[in-house]
Write a protein that binds this ligand. Structure first.
Ligand code: ADP
Ligand code: MG
Length: 581
């Protein structure tokens, strides 16, 4: 019963005798449930402790974290995986700020999520009179997310939640902030009127059909190509138009390059996959069809050395009209949702599309086979301590044998090398640091991936990256999730070999405790810890973890000298030309 949990203040108890009541707490929960949202990621505390309790009592899954940033990352990736906004629930000021990093990151990555934070009393906050956890959260959130709303009256909760859902998932998805002041939660209203005030959002992310002229223009450009390329981005993975995308790629015969989180949309082992010939296809292609991928830093902004000097035309499929021409001229913009756009392209292509010239296909194929052959022996090295390739070779086999497992990946070398080495076979199985290339998504993403999909999760994380969210292994154990964390432990950031240039007692700025045993962190909470020194040991331990489904952390000992500065993006790391010592 909605009114059972209303605190019985004398005046309320009297009124309750006459009518069925509800309150802000229950209206928020009912509004979420009405819209098919059944999971909340958060950290309890003032003023939202009871919200989490009641949500659990009402049958919602409420996952309590140790730090809001990880709850926020969990909500964000839940949004990516399900196309429904993931919910992160936090306390006021500091909890809100901790969640805000994840909200901003979700917005940058086009993941739909809603950060719901309790806040302190408006009257006091606005007069800056020094309330408990005083902060104008709405104003702070606004520039960092897609939309931000505040609800002051219980009867507006339904509308507030509806607006938040629509803003998160329609058009280009993103993060939404919903500010709920403490007083709102205990506001009481008639239960019938409350139920009527709720809004079930109809068609939250309406199809956006591309204009026929835009589709025709795109196909005209594509037909003119001698060396065409399709780039699939995480927008394509998000769209869940997997069959249509696969048909488009295969019917066109064009080589495709998956961006990191689009890997597996078609298998990396697909004959048209140009992943292992990336440099070549970027440099030599003359027409590039972008599907849900932005020409940002991850694609060298569509110009410069990476792309070479040959003239090139871009076709871009994206739901966000303003994405067009953001970095270079787009010859054929196709604006709409990817499902609708790809279907329209397919319909207009017909069944006798001419395959790209054979010499282009062969050039790509040759390069790809060459690069794969070059890498193969490095992946088989079974040494102790391991180098990155040896360890990743073992994990690559694991994923080949368990293609439905979800791979979470963060770090510097651990990220950059795993992206190239570990083939993916199914859509939305690779979750990583995304558009910002951030550290700290590891445990949040892993927890949500396990909760949302029920599949085993393999988190491959650098020792530095792991440090940002490591405490959440307690959460993994508490909810007994099938998460296997492999910490690539090279005792430092990039490498574990730096020394303090002064010869002083402090360690160098980029090194960690030598021979640390991260596996024991997992054991502290009842999970399984394994110390692995060879690729064979690593493979056995991961297999055991995946078979048992038990929370596991494997401390994979990597040669401290094996990494390179900033992984593959050393060029972004400014270095002084005046090296004093
Ligand atoms: P990647 O980093 O994998 O290249 P990006 O995040 O840069 O991917 O690009 C994703 C793009 O996909 C964004 O421009 C976003 O607007 C777009 N997008 C997301 N969802 C959809 C959708 N359902 N339909 C069309 N475009 C989408
Ligand atoms: Mg490291």
């Amino acid at each position: 019963m909605a009114n059972a949990a209303v605190k019985a203040k004398p005046e309320v108890a009297a009124a309750e005798a006459q009518q069925d009541l509800t309150d802000g707490f229950h209206l928020v929960i009912d509004a979420l449930k009405l819209n098919g949202i059944n999971t909340i990621y958060g950290v309890p505390g003032i003023p939202i402790t009871d919200l989490g309790r009641f949500a659990q009592a009402q049958g919602m899954r409420v996952i309590s974290f140790r730090h809001e940033q990880h709850a926020g990352n969990a909500a964000a990736i839940a949004g990516f995986l399900t196309k429904k906004p993931g919910i992160c629930l936090t306390v006021s000021a500091p909890g809100f700020l901790n969640g805000l990093t994840a909200l901003a990151n979700a917005t940058t990555n086009c993941f739909p999520m809603i950060l719901i934070s309790g806040s302190s009393e408006r009257e006091i906050v606005d007069l800056q009179q020094g309330d408990y956890e005083e902060m104008d959260q709405l104003a702070i959130a606004k520039p960092l997310c897609k939309a931000a709303f505040r609800v002051l009256h219980a009867q507006d909760i339904g509308i507030g939640v509806a607006r938040a859902i629509r803003a998160a998932v329609s058009g280009r998805p993103g993060g939404v902030y919903l500010d709920l002041p403490a007083k709102l939660f205990s506001q009481v209203m008639d239960a019938n009127a409350g139920a009527k005030s709720l809004v079930k959002v109809i068609d939250a992310a309406p199809a956006q059909i591309p204009a026929p002229e835009a589709v025709k223009r795109a196909l005209d450009v594509l037909k003119s190509a001698k060396r065409p390329l399709i780039i699939l981005g995480k927008g394509a993975a998000y769209a869940q138009a997997d069959d249509a995308i696969r048909t488009l790629v295969e019917r066109s015969g064009i080589p495709f390059l998956p961006m990191s989180m689009a890997k597996g949309l078609l298998p990396d082992t697909h004959p048209q996959c140009a992943g292992a010939a990336r440099s070549l296809v970027l440099k030599d292609s003359d027409v590039v069809l972008l599907i849900g991928a932005r020409l940002n830093w991850l694609l060298s902004h569509g110009k410069g050395k990476t792309w070479g000097d040959a003239p090139r035309k871009f076709i871009q499929v994206d739901i966000e009209p303003r994405e067009m021409d953001s970095n270079v001229e787009i010859a054929a913009p196709v604006v709409g949702d990817i499902g609708s756009c790809v279907s329209a392209l397919l319909a207009a292509m017909g069944n006798n599309w001419r395959a790209p010239p054979a010499d282009w296909i062969n050039t790509v194929k040759t390069k790809r086979e060459e690069n794969i052959a070059k890498m193969a022996p490095r992946l088989m090295k079974n040494t102790a301590p391991m180098d990155f390739h040896g360890a990743l070779g073992a994990l690559r086999t694991v994923v080949r044998e368990r293609p439905d497992a979800i791979l979470v990946n963060e770090g510097a070398n651990t990220l950059d090398l795993a992206r190239g080495v570990i083939d993916m076979y199914q859509p939305r199985k690779r979750l990583d640091v995304g558009t910002w290339g951030i550290m700290g998504i590891g445990m949040g993403f892993s927890i949500a991936a396990a909760i949302e999909t029920g599949k085993p999760v393999l988190a491959v994380v650098g020792d530095s990256a792991f440090g940002f969210s490591g405490m959440e292994v307690e959460t993994v154990c508490r909810y007994n999730l099938p998460v296997c964390v492999v910490v690539f432990n090279n005792s430092g950031i990039y490498r574990g070999t730096d020394v303090n240039p002064t010869g002083g007692a402090d360690p160098a700025t980029t090194v960690f405790v030598r021979d640390a045993r991260y596996d024991r962190m997992m054991e502290a909470f009842g999970g399984v810890g394994v110390h692995a020194t060879t690729p064979d040991e690593l493979k056995r331990a991961v297999d055991a973890a995946m078979d048992s489904g038990k929370p596991t952390l494997i401390n994979a000992v990597i040669d401290p000298a094996a990494g390179s500065e900033s992984g593959r993006i050393g060029n972004l790391n400014p270095q002084s030309v005046i090296r004093k010592k």
